[in-house]
Design a protein around this ligand. Structure first.
Ligand code: SAM
Length: 381
C-alpha cells in the first residue's frame, strides 16, 4: 500500500490507528472498498450471513418499539442502520416489515449511514425493490441536518460496526512503569511495529488502578477506540427520541483490562483464519478489535441517554423469540416453545418452525458460536 509508505516517509512512525484506517477504508485500496463477501466465501461470518432469521428477529423487535412510538407521538418514525455493508441485513428487515407490518412499513423511512460511494452503490442494488422507503446519508452530520426540522424519532442501530473503527494500541513497560503507544514503520518491503514518541493516553488507560498495574506483565497490550466512542456520542446527539443499539463482540472494561489477556484483542482475518500478522498485506485482510462496551455505554450516558439493557446476543434474541411466540402476527417467527426454551432441538418441525430456522437460531445464540461473544447494548432517549 503505497499511501501508507508515503505517510510513514512523511511523518516517521505512523500511529497504528491511522494504519488501520488506511488499510480498511482508503478509497483506492482499503479492505472494505473491495467488493468482498461476508460469509462462507469471505474472510469472516456475521450474524447476518447466518441467514435471514437474524434480520427477522430484529425487525419484530424494532416494529414493537416503533409502533409504540407512533401511537404515543403520532409522529413519523425511522430506522437508521450504520455499517450496512452490502445491504443484506437491511433487506431482511425491510422484507419482514413489508410482509408482517405493512402499515408501519408505509409510515416509516429506512436510512443508511454510508460514507463510501462504492458501498452505497452495492446497497442501492440490493435494496432496489424497497427504493422509495430507503434513503442514504454519508455520515451522522448529514443525518442530523436532514432530520433537524422533524428530529429523528425511532432508532439508530448497527451490527459489527463499532469493532471496525480504527484503534490505538498501547503497550505497558513494566520495568519503567509507563505506557507507550505502538505505531508502524517500514523496514525494506515490510511494515513493522515501532514505538511512537509522542502520544496522548486516554483516561481509560491513565485511570487503571495501581493494584492492577502492579500485576500487568511487561509488554501487556491494550487497544482503545476513541473513534467508536465519538461515533456513539454523535449518534446519541442525532437521536431526538428513541433507541440507539449496537450488536458487536466486546467486553466490559473489567473484562477488557484483564491481566490474563496479554496480547490485546486486535486480530486480522483472512479466509476464516485468524492471523497475528496484523501488519501484513494491508487492504487484503480484515482488521478488528473487541469493543469496550463500558466506554461506549459511558459515551451514550454522557450524551443524555439512558441504558436500557446490556445483554449477550443469546439473551437478547431469545427474549425477542419468546415475545414473538406469544404474538400471532409475527407469522413465521412463531416458533415452538420447545426450541425457544431449550435451544437444543434442531429438527424443530413443530408449530411452523423449520429446521433451517432452528439451525440459524442455534448458530446465533449458542455460546460456542455467536451467542456469548456478541453483546447487545440498548440505550434510549
Ligand atoms: C463488519 S462490516 C458490517 C457487517 C454487516 N453489518 C453485517 O451485518 O453483515 C463493517 C462495515 O462498517 C462500515 N463502516 C465503517 N465505518 C463506518 C462509518 N463511520 N459509518 C458507516 N459505516 C461504516 C464498513 O465499511 C463495513 O462495511
Amino acid at each position: 500500500m503505497e499511501i501508507i509508505r508515503h505517510e510513514i516517509r512523511k511523518s516517521g512512525v505512523l500511529p497504528f490507528a491511522r494504519f488501520m484506517e488506511l488499510a480498511l477504508y482508503c478509497p483506492d485500496c482499503g479492505y472494505y472498498e473491495a467488493k468482498m463477501d461476508i460469509g462462507r466465501r469471505g474472510d469472516f461470518y456475521t450474524s447476518t450471513s447466518v441467514g435471514e432469521l437474524f434480520g427477522q428477529l430484529l425487525a419484530f423487535q424494532f416494529a414493537n418499539w416503533l409502533e409504540t412510538e407512533v401511537r404515543s407521538q403520532k409522529s413519523e418514525v425511522g430506522i437508521v442502520e450504520a455499517g450496512a455493508h452490502d445491504g443484506r441485513l437491511a433487506g431482511d428487515i425491510l422484507q419482514w416489515l413489508q410482509l408482517r407490518r405493512p402499515k408501519l412499513f408505509d409510515q416509516m423511512d429506512y436510512g443508511i449511514i454510508e460514507p463510501s460511494a462504492r458501498r452505497q452503490e452495492w446497497q442501492r442494488e440490493t435494496l432496489k425493490i424497497f427504493a422509495p422507503r430507503v434513503c442514504w446519508f454519508t455520515d451522522l452530520k448529514s443525518l442530523s441536518r436532514a432530520t433537524r426540522h422533524s428530529s429523528l424519532h425511532g432508532l439508530i442501530f448497527s451490527n459489527e460496526l463499532l469493532d471496525a473503527f480504527p484503534v490505538h494500541r498501547f503497550g505497558w513497560d513494566a520495568k519503567n512503569k509507563t505506557w507507550f503507544e505502538w505505531g508502524v514503520a517500514v523496514a525494506g518491503e515490510k511494515f513493522i511495529w515501532a514505538k511512537l514518541d509522542n502520544s496522548e493516553f486516554p483516561s481509560s488507560i491513565l485511570n487503571i488502578p495501581s493494584s492492577l498495574l502492579a500485576v500487568l506483565p511487561d509488554n501487556y497490550i491494550i487497544e482503545t477506540s476513541p473513534a467508536a466512542e465519538n461515533w456513539w456520542r454523535e449518534a446519541a446527539g442525532a437521536l431526538a427520541r428513541g433507541k440507539l443499539l449496537a450488536i458487536d463482540y466486546g467486553f466490559t472494561a473489567g473484562e477488557m483490562f484483564s491481566p490474563a489477556r496479554t496480547r490485546g484483542t486486535l486480530r486480522a482475518y483472512f479466509r476464516h483464519h485468524v492471523t497475528d500478522d496484523i501488519l501484513a498485506n494491508p487492504g487484503e485482510q480484515d482488521l478488528t478489535a473487541h469493543v469496550n462496551f463500558s466506554a461506549i455505554q459511558q459515551a451514550g450516558e454522557d450524551a443524555g441517554l439512558k441504558t436500557e439493557c446490556f445483554l449477550t446476543q443469546s439473551q437478547f434474541l431469545t427474549r425477542i423469540l419468546e415475545k414473538a411466540a406469544k404474538d400471532k402476527s409475527s407469522g413465521e417467527l412463531v416458533a415452538s416453545k420447545r426450541v425457544a426454551a431449550s435451544q437444543r432441538s434442531v429438527d424443530g418441525s413443530e408449530d411452523g418452525w423449520s429446521a433451517k430456522q432452528a439451525r440459524q437460531f442455534q448458530t446465533l445464540t449458542h455460546p460456542e458460536h455467536l451467542g456469548r461473544a456478541f453483546r447487545v447494548l440498548v440505550q434510549s432517549r
